[in-house]
Design a protein around this ligand. Structure first.
Ligand code: ADP
Length: 626
C-alpha cells in the first residue's frame, strides 16, 4: 500500500496522455480536411482563371474556317498575343487535321505548320469533347486543357485549343498555408500538453491527499484532515474520508476502552482465564492464571499451545477440548515430587463460536478447587481411618468373646485374662469415640470454652505434681510400669492467662502421657515455663524415641502414629495430639514440636498473655470493656 506509484502508472500521466492524444487527433483530422479543401479550392480558382473568354474562342474558330491559311495564321498569332494571362504558359491552336496553326510562345514559332502528335489533342478532334489532364514535365506540374472549337452556328468542328498552365504556383500557395497551419498546430499541441498536465494535476492532487490521509488513518494517526476545496465528486469524497477518519477514531477508542475494561475485569478475577485461537495457541491469559500455572510473565505463555501449558497433552487434544466442552481436573503437583502444595484446578472449556457456528477459539476458566479437593480427600481418609480403628478392637473383642462362649469361661486361670482384654479394648473404643466426639464438636464449632483467668504457673505445677504422685503411688504399691523423673524450670511469678482449665489440663496430660509412653524406663522429663513479651511458653522435653524428621509435619494429624502397633499396645488412639492442637488453637495459642529421632522430643505450647502490672486496675478495665 505504501509503494510509490510509478509516473507512467499514475492517473496524472494517463489523463495528460488522453488529453494530448485527443488534441492530436482533432488537429490531425481538421488539418487533413483543411489542406484537402484548400487544395481543391485553389485548383478550381486557378482553372477558372485560365479559361479563355468565349469571344477569343469564336474569333479563333472564325480564323480556322478561312480558306486563306497564311492570312488566318497571322491573324491567329495576333489573337494569341493579345491574350494577356500570366497563368497560362502556352496556348496552341490546331485545326481538324491536328496541324498546329499558332502558338502563344514567341520562341517556339517553328512548330507552326507541324502536325501535333499529342494524344489529348487527337482524342478531342476525334470525339469533339474537351479534355483536361495534369502532367509532370521537367520537375514541374502542369495543367493541360484541350478545348474543341466549333463554327459559330455550333455544328462543325473546326479545330481545338491546347492550353498548358504551370501549377507550381498554386501548390506553393497551398504548401505555405499548410505550413502555417502545422506550425500553429504544433504550438497548440505544446500548449495543450502543458494545459493537460496542469488539469490532470489539479484533478489528482486531492486524490493524492486522500491517499496519504487514508494511509495515516491506517497507521492510527487521526490528526490530519483532507482539504475540501470544491463541492464536486472529489470534494464529497474528501468529506467522506474526513468523516471516515472520525468514525475510525471513535471506534478505535471504543475498542481500546473495551479492551482496557476487559483487561481490568480479567486482571481482577479470582479465577484464571485463558483464551486461545482456533488451533489452541494462547492469545490472552490473565494474572491469576499465570500465578496458578507458575509462570512469571505472559510472554512465556502467549503463542504456546494450551495443552502444553496445562500439561495435559498426554490425555487430551485441542479437538477434544473444543468438541466435548468438558471440564477437567488438573493436579499441578502431579509429576513434581517437591511440589506437595501444588494447586488442584478445575478447568472449564468452552469454544468461542461465530453466528455461523464456526469455532474461532477456546476459552478456559481455571478455578482453584485445592481446598475442596483436600477437604474431600481428608474426609474420605478420616471415614476410612475411623472404620479401620474401630474394626481392630472390635475384631479382637469378638474373638475373645467367642473363645469365652466356646467354653473358656470355665477356665479359672485364662478367663479373667480374656475378660481383662475385652474390657481394655472396650475402654479404648469408648475413649476413641469420646475423642472423636470432642473433635467433631470442635470442628462444628459447638464445643464451648469455659474461659477464666487462671494462674498458669500454679496449674502447670499442679498437673506435674499429679504425675509425681502417680509414680510415687505405683512405687509404693509395687505396680510400677515405667519409672521417670520430672525436672521443673518454672518461672516463680504468677502468670494469669485466660484459658479453659479443664481442656488445658487434658492437653498437658496428653503430652505428659506421651512423654512417658514413648520413653524407655527411667527417663528424665523436663518441664519449662517462660514468659515473653506477649506470650507464655510451656515446653515438655523427654529423652525418648523421638520422631523421625519426615513424620514431624504429620504428628498433629488425626490417627497419625509413627508406629501404629506400639501406640495401640499402649492403648493410644492416635487422636490425642490432634485434639491438643484444636484446643490450643481455640485458646488462641499454638503448639509445635522439636524432635531428634532416638534422642527425644520437646513439645511447645504458646499462649497469648497480657502482663499484669502493679497498680494497674486492669480488672475494672476488663469489666467495663467487656
Ligand atoms: P497416641 O494415642 O498414639 O499417643 P497421639 O496423638 O497422642 O496418639 O500421638 C500421635 C503419635 O505421635 C504417637 O503415636 C507417637 O508415634 C508420636 N508421639 C507423640 N508424642 C511423642 C513423644 N513424646 N515421643 C515420641 N513420639 C511421640
Amino acid at each position: 500500500m505504501n509503494s510509490k506509484i510509478k509516473f507512467f502508472q499514475s492517473i496524472r500521466f494517463k489523463i495528460a496522455l488522453v488529453l494530448t492524444l485527443m488534441l492530436l487527433l482533432t488537429l490531425e483530422l481538421v488539418g487533413a480536411v483543411f489542406v484537402r479543401q484548400l487544395e481543391t479550392q485553389n485548383l478550381n480558382n486557378f482553372k477558372q482563371q485560365i479559361t479563355l473568354p468565349s469571344y477569343v474562342n469564336n474569333s479563333l474558330a472564325t480564323q480556322l474556317n478561312r480558306t486563306n491559311t497564311h492570312k488566318a495564321n497571322r491573324r491567329i498569332q495576333q489573337i494569341l498575343s493579345e491574350v494577356n494571362n500570366n497563368n497560362i504558359s502556352e496556348i496552341r491552336v490546331v485545326d481538324t487535321k491536328a496541324e498546329i496553326r499558332g502558338t502563344s510562345n514567341a520562341n517556339n514559332q517553328g512548330i507552326v505548320g507541324q502536325r501535333s502528335e499529342d494524344s489529348a489533342i487527337k482524342n478531342t478532334l476525334l470525339n469533339g469533347r474537351a479534355h483536361t489532364e495534369n502532367i509532370y514535365d521537367n520537375n514541374n506540374r502542369y495543367y493541360v486543357s484541350v478545348v474543341p472549337l466549333f463554327t459559330t452556328n455550333g455544328n462543325n468542328l473546326v479545330g481545338a485549343i491546347y492550353m498548358r498552365a504551370n501549377l507550381e504556383g498554386v501548390y506553393r500557395t497551398v504548401n505555405n498555408i499548410s505550413l502555417i497551419y502545422v506550425s500553429a498546430a504544433l504550438l497548440a499541441i505544446v500548449l495543450g500538453i502543458g494545459l493537460s498536465i496542469l488539469i490532470s494535476r489539479e484533478i489528482t492532487a486531492p486524490i493524492e491527499e486522500m491517499r496519504q490521509q487514508t494511509m495515516r488513518i491506517a497507521r492510527g494517526d487521526f490528526s490530519g484532515q483532507v482539504r475540501v476545496t470544491d463541492n464536486d465528486e472529489l470534494g464529497q469524497l474528501a468529506g467522506a474520508v474526513n468523516n471516515l477518519s472520525v468514525r475510525v477514531e471513535e471506534s478505535q477508542e471504543a475498542s481500546e476502552s473495551e479492551r482496557r475494561r476487559l483487561n481490568s475485569v480479567l486482571g481482577h478475577m479470582s479465577d484464571g482465564v485463558i483464551a486461545t485461537n482456533r488451533n489452541g495457541y494462547i492469545t490472552i491469559i490473565n494474572q491469576t492464571a499465570l500465578q496458578m500455572l507458575n509462570y512469571d510473565d505472559d510472554d512465556d505463555v502467549i503463542g504456546q499451545s494450551i495443552i502444553d501449558v496445562l500439561n495435559i497433552r498426554s490425555e487430551y487434544s485441542v479437538r477434544q477440548l473444543v468438541d466435548e466442552q468438558q471440564h477437567i481436573l488438573i493436579d499441578m503437583s502431579k509429576g513434581d515430587q517437591n511440589n506437595n502444595d501444588g494447586l488442584i484446578l478445575n478447568a472449564y472449556f468452552s469454544p468461542i463460536q461465530r453466528e455461523s457456528g464456526f469455532v474461532s477459539g477456546l476459552v478456559c476458566v481455571l478455578h482453584d478447587v485445592t481446598s475442596q479437593q483436600k477437604e474431600e480427600r481428608e474426609r474420605k481418609e478420616f471415614v476410612s481411618n475411623v472404620s479401620h480403628e474401630l474394626r481392630t478392637p472390635l475384631t479382637s473383642v469378638k474373638s475373645y468373646v467367642e473363645a469365652l462362649t466356646d467354653g473358656v469361661w470355665q477356665d479359672q486361670e485364662v478367663a479373667p485374662h480374656f475378660l481383662k482384654v475385652v474390657q481394655d479394648e472396650t475402654d479404648r473404643m469408648i475413649r476413641m469415640i469420646n475423642d472423636l466426639l470432642n473433635l467433631s464438636r470442635m470442628d462444628s464449632g459447638t464445643a464451648k470454652l469455659d474461659l477464666e483467668y487462671v494462674n498458669i504457673n500454679e496449674l502447670f505445677n499442679y498437673i506435674l505434681d499429679r504425675f509425681d504422685m502417680i509414680i510415687k503411688k505405683e512405687e509404693d504399691d509395687g505396680t510400677v510400669q515405667k519409672r521417670y523423673t520430672i525436672i521443673r524450670h518454672i518461672a516463680k511469678k504468677d502468670l494469669w492467662v485466660e484459658i479453659d482449665a479443664d481442656k488445658f489440663t487434658q492437653v498437658i496430660d496428653n503430652i505428659m502421657n506421651n512423654a512417658v509412653k514413648y520413653s524407655p524406663d527411667g527417663g528424665v522429663i523436663t518441664a519449662r515455663l517462660v514468659e515473653t513479651h506477649r506470650h507464655v511458653i510451656l515446653s515438655i522435653s523427654d529423652q525418648g524415641l523421638g520422631i523421625p524428621r519426615k513424620d514431624l509435619s504429620h504428628i498433629f494429624d488425626r490417627f497419625f502414629r509413627v508406629d501404629k502397633a506400639r501406640s495401640r499396645k499402649q492403648g493410644g488412639t492416635g487422636l490425642g495430639l490432634a485434639i491438643s492442637k484444636e484446643v490450643v488453637n481455640m485458646l488462641g495459642g499454638s503448639i509445635w514440636v522439636d524432635s531428634v529421632e532416638g534422642k527425644g522430643s520437646t513439645f511447645y505450647i504458646s499462649l497469648p498473655y497480657i502482663p499484669y502490672e502493679e497498680g494497674d486496675e486492669w480488672n475494672d478495665d476488663q469489666e467495663t470493656e467487656g
